[in-house]
Design a protein around this ligand. Sequence first.
Ligand code: MN
Length: 134
Amino acid sequence: MSNGRILVIEDNRDNITLISDMLISMNYEAILAYDGQRGVEIAAAEKPDLILMDLSLPVLDGWTATKTIKANPELNHIPVIALTAHAMPGDRERALEAGCDDYASKPIDRRKLIRTILAHREGRTALSSRQVPD
Ligand code: MN
């Protein structure tokens, strides 16, 4: 049993390799999409447990892809963590405005990204395992 399925929407080969290896080591199943449009389609088809979203993507950028996912009532509960490569001030704010739940800086710091993912996963686990009063 894996800990869950994480959709990685990213077009940079090195980051895809790094993140895939990291997720496997965390016992997560990685689902990959290389552009924003495919990312939106795969999110709807697979309903992953969490999404890692690059912002600078071909076809559809990460901000628009996030807005589209968050506008879908069947998907808007899925945590979206933006991968922000941009040094431009305001990009993180734009990511949060687009509906991203959190962000992680590029170049990717493996330990920080693991902590960010787990923080969002632990919230869900705690919620779902909460005792229902009788
Ligand atoms: Mn990119």
